[in-house]
Design a protein around this ligand. Structure first.
Ligand SMILES: [Zn+2]
Length: 395
């Protein structure tokens, strides 16, 4: 009797993942381009089509991907009026960088460096000094921020060059390590409401002959995680932020440019076992694994000593049709984290890195109950989560 021949599709090739456009069109290229336009030394105008402005404001809308924005013209009429503009540099996407997650992206924005250099390459990563997982957003457990991310922020470089710089965001972020290493330089202004932030951002923009201002809104992301992209709550948040952008745009002082962007997009993942693979329930995926880091769509897997290759082979076999599964070296070589990875950052990256290609997640129902219940997710390299808007308004 002949044995059945299984049709076993090849796992996704590591280099088939759409690598972020580091150096030409990624989030990390935005602030250096704006600062270079103001004559700040040590910065490069990497995004060629942006016209310099003496005063620039970056408004970062957490979680508002390019594809989700484009799919909702009726909820965001003002933002949509900026999409099709023919003015140079407006209405195009940037790539967030890998992984497409808030801590990583905010560090890319503020330092002007890709993740492999700034060293926040995930939502949670292993701290090589302690062997523990560290949450990069909440900075838990605490570790000294400066050795972790030693580079100056673009705000600091601009401030040192005499540019008026300011961050206008939630008061809760005033003294956080993430703010310190990614978004400090100049003055921090905490304001609770979006309207207050818009008004103050415009004021700060006018406060210097050259000025660089950052402002932020978080709730589009929160609504997407809880209720999904396209939920009533998400669309309500989109409509609200659309009015906020217009409010700021209408107050721009002369010689200003406002740039609207985001840290990542989002993708809804169905609630069934095919789409949500539970690490805590899967003995195959758990074999040889010391620590599970990252998040559902962008996992760092830290193997027990000596088990690195076994874990790679197993993860590739189990997940390789739905995830790009790479060894640390392969992911670095493929440029997922940028053109270079600093020596201090290398071991923060998993022995195995798994990035979702389909609408799937590796949840961990026991160790991450909250995250495992989220409707909308992000982290990987698909256009839905990787592409973020770059919209421009000039006064
Ligand atoms: Zn998020």
């Amino acid at each position: 009797m002949a044995l059945p021949v299984w049709d076993h599709p090849e796992p996704l090739a590591v280099d088939s993942a759409p690598r972020p456009e580091y150096g030409t069109g990624s989030l990390a290229d935005l602030l250096p381009t704006l600062a270079a336009g103001m004559g700040v030394s040590g910065t490069t105008a990497a995004i060629e089509e942006l016209t310099p402005a003496d005063r620039a404001c970056v408004f970062l809308i957490d979680g508002l991907g390019w594809e989700q924005l484009r799919a909702h013209p009726q909820d965001a009429p003002y933002l949509h009026s900026l999409l099709g503009s023919s003015r140079g540099g407006t209405g195009r996407p940037l790539t967030a960088g890998y992984p497409a997650t808030t801590a990583t992206s905010l560090a890319s924005v503020g330092t002007g460096l890709p993740p492999g250099a700034h060293g926040l390459p995930g939502y949670t990563v292993r701290n090589p000094a302690t062997g523990e997982l560290m949450n990069q957003l909440r900075w838990q457990p605490w570790t000294s921020p400066r050795p972790w991310q030693p580079y100056p922020t673009v705000f600091q470089l601009a401030h040192d060059a005499g540019v008026h710089t300011a961050q206008v965001t939630s008061p809760a972020f005033e003294n956080t390590p993430l703010t310190k290493i990614a978004l400090s330089g100049g003055t921090f202004h905490g304001r609770l409401s979006g309207e207050e932030r818009m008004d103050l951002a415009a004021e700060q923009l006018a406060a210097g002959d050259r000025s660089l201002v950052y402002t932020y809104y978080s709730e589009v992301d929160g609504a997407g995680h809880r209720f999904g992209v396209d939920s009533d709550t998400w669309r309500g948040q989109l409509a609200h932020v659309d009015r906020l952008v217009q409010r700021l745009a209408e107050q721009l002082p002369p010689r200003s440019a406002l740039y609207v962007t985001a840290d990542h997009g989002m993708i809804d993942v169905p609630f069934d076992e095919q789409h949500r693979i539970d690490f805590d329930e899967d003995w195959e995926l758990r074999a040889g694994v010391a620590l599970l880091g990252g998040e559902g769509r962008a996992r760092h897997v830290y193997a027990l000593p000596g088990a690195e290759n076994d874990v790679l082979v197993c993860w590739r076999e189990v997940l390789g049709e739905q995830f790009w599964v790479a060894s640390r070296d392969e992911a670095i070589e493929a440029g997922w984290f940028g053109p270079r990875v600093d020596a201090r950052v290398r071991d923060r990256i998993g022995d195995v890195v798994a990035a979702a290609c389909d609408d799937v997640l590796i949840i961990a129902s026991e160790r991450e109950p909250k995250e495992s219940a989220m409707v909308g997710n992000h982290g990987s390299m698909t256009p839905a989560e990787q592409l973020v808007p770059l919209l421009e308004v000039r006064s």
